[in-house]
Write a protein that binds this ligand. Sequence first.
Ligand code: IVH
Length: 671
Amino acid sequence: MAIPAGVRKRVADLREQLQHHNYLYYVLDAPEIPDAEYDRLLRELQALESTHPQLITPDSPTQRVGAEPLKEFASVRHDVPMLSLGNAFAEQEVIDFDRRTRERLGAESVDYVAEPKLDGLAISLVYEAGMLVRAATRGDGRTGEDVTQNVRTVDTVPLRLYGKGHPRVLEVRGEMFMSRQGFAALNKRQQKAGEKTFANPRNAAAGSLRQLDPKVTATRPLEIYFYGVGRVEGRQLPGRHGDILARLAEWGLRTNPEIKKVSGVQGCLDYYADILALREGLPYEIDGVVYKVDDIAQQETLGFVARAPRWAVAHKFPAEEELTKLTAIDVQVGRTGKLTPVARLEPVFVGGVTVTNATLHNQDEIERKDIRIGDTVVVRRAGDVIPEVVSAVKAKRRKGARRFKMPVKCPVCGSDVVRPEGEADARCSGGLYCAAQRREAIQHFASRRAMDIEGLGEKLVNQIDEQGLLQDIADLYALDQGQLSALERMGEKSAINLIAALEKSKPTTLARFLFALGIREVGEATAQTLANEFGDLDAIMTADVARLEQVPDVGPVVAQNIYAFFREQHNQSVIRKLIKAGIHWPTIEIKPAAEQPLHGKTFVLTGTLENFTRDEAKARLQALGAKVAGSVSRKTDYVVVGAEAGSKAARADELGVQTLSEDELLRLLGG
Ligand code: IVH
């Protein structure tokens, strides 16, 4: 069959791209595209080659695993090749894998060992007579690089095996990786030192291991988990993979604590769901799970196909990084006036949702990452965290790509944008004159945990503000029914309801009122503490920074924010206006600390409470003089146990600390 010229060209093009990305990824440890994109290119090439096998060449990226080893390291030949894994993306592919496995084995059901698939790099370690003699990277699977001196610096790698009964020669294999925390700390350090930062923990691990100077590697937070063996001589290992791993652990070779023996394909799929739910909470990144046939004799029957075993498969999680085009950078103004550059993106499906906007944090970040308008960018969305632009793909940058500049005037109100020295954030100086700040301030003011003005949500606030009815939050209380019912889609009834809701919000508490003002970094808990400490608003408004700093949990920054807020003429007049409009609260009698009902008692909160958030419960307890601690010790007086409480409740039992149910807490707080 003749091959269309278009196909030949596409195949050549794909190979060239894959080769380029292989080089960036394996040799330079600096990939420009997410793994998911690479997988797609490779799959496309594989598909074309399988329809036109005449096009397969020995040097096609489908015919080998990685790139050449770096010249500077000695090469190491793997006597037992280091294989790779077939991938399954959909549940059906796992079901098919299990069916094929059962058919080949003539078995009704197969036992598997299920393991997290860590996102690091594969390493082979050879122990002779119990001593570590060589460590090598996987390289292309046949030949890797000798990184013995570097691996010796990793403290999770034993230099000598623990216990007894090791084979004379034991080659173990595992994943070298960096924890999220280690990665963050390393990047912070690199940035401070003006050195290059890493795009993700995988690159950080690879870059750290491939250091020519082991002293540098020694400073890097590398870790390893072992997941299998290679060459073994002089002693037989157990006949099941799970038992082999248990043996490795006995010899001091650490294995992942999440590894589990499962039964049949349902066991695999349940495990997948369990680990997916744990994913964001794990201290390291994983990109899926691996299922391996447990019985080694069965593994041998199944054998290999090309470069992957038939007895194992990687079940991948949805990608957390994808590529898309950055079409524009807009600037958003927040309640506190902070200007945040936001990337407008061509819609892309990542981390389980379609993303069209992503944060770029601030100007410095954009410059550091050299991201330009029109670039193809890597977008990341992990868990429920807001999506962010990780990096730009320089290779795809087109001529017209433009640099971003922070506007000098606020895009909403036209006031000057200021950026105090030493601060990362630019701010609008317009205060409540700025509609963006005013609208968000009003929404915050009206929110449930602040003044709780029912029915006053974002849409309505914008509508009212658009009519020019609000100069500041106090104007809310001057709105009349006529003005309100004139608004579009606002019936007479809704207008009456809103007026009633405004009326209902007037009796409040000092703490709520303080919180509602929206002072930077004054949340509910801080507002409550301030109310308790001072007892009345005038005392807070006239306190100096030193006095404010004496308040528990108020540090210099928050004290400065509070002080500055109340020095502002405009804020003072808004507060006067609000009080004149009828907002009031009961006076708080400040009792000397020793007379407070819970003075000297320490509480710990655990589990989910139904009637309050943690912060609210904490604030209420503190209001009565209690201390609220984070962990249970012998000094704890009470542990409040909510729903699905975990280890803290158990710890309380262990130490004989009294526990309280939520009902009991409510009673204690006086209803
Ligand atoms: S087993 C013959 N187990 O994934 C089996 N690999 O895609 C070969 N990986 O090169 C590997 N966690 O770097 C295995 N629990 C695990 C793994 C794991 C991560 C990596 C490893 C390997 C790649 C294959």
